[in-house]
Design a protein around this ligand. Structure first.
Ligand code: NAD
Length: 553
């Protein structure tokens, strides 16, 4: 196995290396996932979310690139946990690539088995959009995080976070969206991370305002900003398991508490209290069992602090990293006393088929995205929140890698936007095709009982069929690439989920595929929630003619 360090940059421009734009889109998105501006540790092929990777190893990466360059417009490439394993003749409406990442037979679906298989070179952790090549940097989660904090403001703080203080931890690929999402809602946030380089990256990309190693200084800054009602984000270098208790001891009132350390992966994602990054790396390599034990104990302590904040009146919620489960497994009986963010704030959006719709300009030209920003406003002028979001994103979000945009759109809206984008490509208003995709954290693509499907109305939290049906219908509908993953977000054994990407290259073929896929995909969200008994989803289905054979309401 080679150990050479490689630097991969997103490719841009109108010249192709592949035989068609669809294949070229896959290639550019793979490169984009590993662009140093986008990925957290590109030299190890790690994109985000603990050890979420884009390819199993560099040999596999090279083989994927070679295969994509050979791939014909009626062939399909198969990827098994980051390694290309076959190429078959299919047909032009079929996906060009099908991927399955980290899927283990249920009885074996735990980190112990996964880590063993990974060590043997047989598997890779795909997280969600890392292994399915549609990660777009921290912006990808920004609107969802912004919407979550906006909903908290609506439910608990008279529509704004002005004059409130949020405490969180983890400023990695996804967690790094938190400081900007809070300040966009006019609040103040203190975000703790053990790794000063991660905080620096958020400062460089304008997601976070200031950094300090001193808790005293951090508290002085945030309390002052809170009193003045000024938005401010501060990254504090420290270990959350310790810092949170110190803040409790000092009696500082925190309004909102959450967390986005990579708690889903105790071995690679969470640094135990008392360890420097170097010491943690050494322990991880030399005694992984002890590392996991210490990380779990620290996570229990971390959750104990969150529960104490809740007792003292803070709004506390789990932000999708499974930290409550770890604490519960460590014996903390009341770990689930605070809710997860989907059941508390996001589910009504899922009922309408809404979710994190995103698109990427393959030209590499930011002007292509600015044109699509205007397109959103032309298509949905009545949606003031959406138009405001586009203005804010334009002003505050620095592009990472290929220029891209995200916004939450629902059933009907995604198709409308996708077809309009295809038209702009066809008429040459955009310089090159656009890739359209989404996070796996979406309305109809995940089974994750501690997150997206927590506390479903009918108790169907752990039913995995929906994620598989999502991948099957999107494949049938003709997405450009479709993926099925296990363990994303919350770790091994806790989730099954599917991804899809479809390319708008301005052709009639693309138009047909976009129309179908951008209907089936959000449609899965509507039918999944209607089936679980949510009246809002049933109403949306009725209003928009989504056929549900056994719905009598
Ligand atoms: P990441 O691995 O890129 O970043 C995790 C960060 O946590 C790192 O910067 C690390 O230094 C820091 N950290 C680790 N231990 C710490 C400790 N004890 N104290 C303080 N900081 C510590 O991960 P990410 O992509 O940012 O994702 C974070 C978590 O959120 C993951 O579990 C992921 O699965 C989950 N997630 C949430 C959402 C969502 O919408 N809420 C979406 C995707 C993923």
């Amino acid at each position: 196995m080679t150990t050479k360090k490689r630097i991969i940059r997103a490719k841009t421009g109108v010249e192709r290396e592949c035989k068609g734009w669809e294949q070229e889109a896959v290639l550019r998105m793979l490169y984009n996932n590993l662009d140093p501006e986008v990925a957290e540790k590109p030299e190890d092929l790690i994109v985000y979310g603990g050890i979420g990777k884009a390819a199993r190893n560099w040999e596999s990466f090279d083989a994927i690139v070679r295969s994509l360059k050979q791939l014909e417009a009626d062939e399909t490439l198969l990827i098994q946990s980051g390694k290309p394993v076959g190429m078959f003749r299919t047909h032009p409406h079929a996906p060009r690539v099908l991927l399955s990442n980290s899927v283990l037979v249920p009885k074996w679906a735990n980190w112990e088995h996964f880590n063993k298989l990974e060590k043997e070179g047989l598997m890779m952790y795909g997280q969600m959009t890392a292994g399915s090549w549609i990660y777009i940097g921290t912006q990808g989660i920004l609107q969802g995080t912004y919407e979550t904090f906006a909903e908290i403001a609506r439910q608990h703080f008279s529509n704004s976070l002005r004059g409130t203080l949020t405490l969180t931890a983890g400023l990695g690929g996804m967690g790094g969206a938190q400081p900007l999402a809070v300040t966009m809602n006019d609040g103040v946030v203190l975000a703790v991370d053990v790794d000063c380089e991660r905080i620096q990256k958020r400062i460089d990309t304008k997601y976070c305002d200031r950094m300090t190693h001193s808790l005293d200084e951090a508290l002085e800054w945030v309390v002052d900003a809170k009193e003045k009602g000024e938005p401010l984000s501060v990254g504090l270098v420290g270990n959350a398991a310790a810092v949170h208790h110190e803040i409790i001891a000092r009696g500082v009132h925190i309004d909102i508490v959450t967390d986005q350390t990579s708690a889903h992966d105790p071995l690679n994602g969470y640094v135990p209290e008392g360890f420097s990054l170097v010491e943690a790396r050494e322990l991880r390599e030399n005694d992984s069992t002890r590392y996991v034990k210490l990380a779990n104990v620290s996570m229990r302590k971390h959750v104990e602090a969150m529960l104490e904040f809740q007792k003292r009146g803070s709004i506390v919620f789990d932000y999708g990293n499974n930290i409550r489960q770890v604490a519960k497994d460590e014996g903390l009986v009341e770990a689930f006393d605070f809710p997860g963010f989907v059941s508390a704030y996001i589910r009504p959006l899922f009922c309408e088929g809404k979710g994190p719709f995103r698109w990427v300009a393959l030209s590499g030209d930011p002007e292509d995205i600015y044109r699509t920003d205007r397109l959103i406003k032309e298509l949905f002028p009545e949606n003031e929140a959406l138009c405001r979001w586009i203005d804010m994103a334009q002003e505050k979000v620095a592009f990472q890698g290929l220029p891209s945009r995200i916004c939450w759109l629902g059933y009907g809206e995604r198709k409308k936007m996708g077809l309009a984008i295809n038209e702009l490509v066809r008429t040459g208003e955009l310089k090159a095709p656009i890739v359209i995709g989404r996070d796996h954290l979406d309305c109809g693509s995940v089974a994750s009982p501690n997150r997206e499907t927590e506390a479903m109305l009918d108790g169907s939290d752990a039913v995995g069929d929906w994620a598989i049906l999502n991948a099957l219908i999107n494949t049938s509908a003709g997405a450009s690439w479709v993926s099925v993953h296990h363990g994303g977000g919350v770790g091994m054994g806790y989730s099954l989920h599917a991804g899809m990407v479809v390319v708008a290259d301005g052709t009639e073929l693309a138009e047909q595929r976009l129309e179908r896929v951008l209907t089936t995909d959000p449609g899965m969200g509507v039918i999944r929630h209607a089936d679980a008994g949510y009246q809002l989803a049933k109403d949306v289905a009725k209003e928009k003619d989504v056929v549900i054979p056994m719905d009598e309401s």
